[in-house]
Design a protein around this ligand. Structure first.
Ligand SMILES: *Cc1c(COP(=O)(O)O)cnc(C)c1O
Length: 420
């Protein structure tokens, strides 16, 4: 049995414990939803206010040069690169994950089909995040290709001589199950296909080594584990061997070699800059930088490897405590126990009542979320930057009380909201 005292002892020894101070977490909240929207970095309100008052208010148009606005997508891209195993000048922060997927999937299809004409399919996972499947479906419709969807464990076997692109999300949003990026990329390459990876649930959450895995393209989300704020810019990475082979389809002026030459013909920028499109949301970029800096603050303490160690310890503890204290209430585990196959979240299943249980937990200040399906899922994200082992203990104790006293059956917890 693991006690609250044991958990407090783990916190006292935690080399990352000081990082919690970088966040403005509300009193009385245990936040297990950083995988959907990361919390507010302490530095963000003042930094964004300064960007508004000084850079916009006083600097006006001059701030594109004097406050470094123009460089922000590249500067933030370089910070993100250090978290995902990419090189300098290989990443830009820009647009949304969905839009960036459209760009890189278009590029990957064009390159794959140029190198091996006749390939007709994109292979992906049936339970991939819907926007990824919708974007792929749209591109397939436009180009007369087929989207082949298979179950998680069938992916490797589904790649064949007809595959143009393997498009996967590294860590599954519903279950927290993680693919082996290196192995699946190698299988795709051996079959003559390219690999596009969505890092929405892995950038800042697990160790990612894009170069080491020899991936071709990657995109990821700014407002989840990167703590960039609601609707924060996303990012895009292209392996340098492909970066200049393709004009991405959203060839706006920010992707031009000389945007301020205002020429009427298009010349793509060298390198990753051609994956930009138009003018970027500077205030959101400024907030995203504050989020990225919370992760970079972990670098001297061991960086992503140390964060990953703590993340696995937190999710192991949560699984163990749920089994110790919440047995007999019909909960199942959707997340793999094997560390190599687990992201930074734990998903519990229940035949009925999952939505109401999550609502009852939120009313107690334990914020997770609900994902519909068969069975329904109670989803808990564990962010080692600010979560304590003690928080895990209290979260499970709240869950036990919600279940043992049938608190979740109350009518107010059974009304559906628009955003779950
Ligand atoms: C969160 C998430 C997205 C989000 O896309 P937006 O364009 O930011 O709405 C996309 N893909 C995956 C896999 C996600 O988890």
């Amino acid at each position: 049995m693991t006690s609250l005292t044991d958990c407090r002892a783990l916190d006292a020894q935690d080399p990352l414990r000081s990082l919690r101070e970088l966040f403005a977490l509300p009193e009385g909240v245990i936040y297990l939803d950083g995988n959907s929207l990361g919390p507010l970095p302490q530095a963000a309100p003042e930094r964004v206010a300064r960007a508004v008052r000084e850079e916009w208010g006083e600097g006006l148009i001059r701030s594109w040069n004097t406050a470094g606005w123009y460089e922000l997508p590249r500067r933030l891209g370089d910070k993100i690169a250090t978290l995902v195993g990419a090189g300098e000048h290989e990443v830009v922060a820009t647009d949304s994950t969905s839009i960036n997927l459209y760009k890189v999937l278009s590029a990957a299809l064009a390159i794959a089909c140029a190198d091996a004409p006749g390939r007709r399919t994109i292979v992906s996972e049936r339970s991939n995040f819907p926007t990824d499947l919708y974007i792929a479906e749209g591109l397939c419709r436009e180009r007369g290709l087929t989207l082949k969807l298979v179950e998680h464990e069938e992916v490797a076997g589904a790649i064949d001589a007809d595959t143009a692109v393997l498009m996967l999300t590294h860590v599954n949003y519903r279950t927290g199950a993680m693919h082996d990026m290196r192995e699946l990329t190698a299988i795709a390459h051996a079959a003559g296909a390219l690999a596009v990876w969505d890092l929405a649930h892995s950038a800042g959450a697990v160790e990612v080594d894009l170069r080491g895995a020899d991936a071709d393209f990657a995109i990821g989300c700014g407002y989840k584990y990167l703590n960039g704020g609601p609707g924060a810019p996303a990012f895009v990475w292209v392996h340098p061997r492909h970066a200049e082979r393709f004009w991405q389809p959203l060839s706006g002026w920010w992707s031009h070699a000389a945007p301020f030459a205002f020429t009427h013909d298009y010349q793509p920028a060298p390198g990753i800059a051609r994956y930009l499109c138009g003018t970027q949301p500077i205030l959101s970029m400024v907030a995203l930088e504050c989020g990225l800096d919370t992760l970079l603050a972990a670098q001297p303490l061991g960086g992503m490897a140390a964060l990953r160690r703590k993340s696995l310890a937190l999710t192991d503890l949560f699984i163990r405590l749920v089994e110790q204290h919440c047995g007999g209430y019909g909960l199942g585990l959707a997340t793999p126990r094997d560390h190599r196959l687990r992201g930074s979240q734990v998903c519990l299943t229940r035949e009925t009542g999952a939505y109401a249980i999550v609502q009852a937990l939120i009313a107690r200040g334990v914020i997770g979320d609900f994902r519909a399906g068969r069975p329904d899922i109670l989803r808990f994200g564990f962010t080692p930057l600010y979560l304590r082992f003690e928080d895990v203990w209290h979260a499970v104790e709240h869950l036990r009380q919600v279940l043992s006293e049938d608190e979740w059956q109350r009518p107010e917890f059974n009304q559906q909201h628009a955003v779950t």
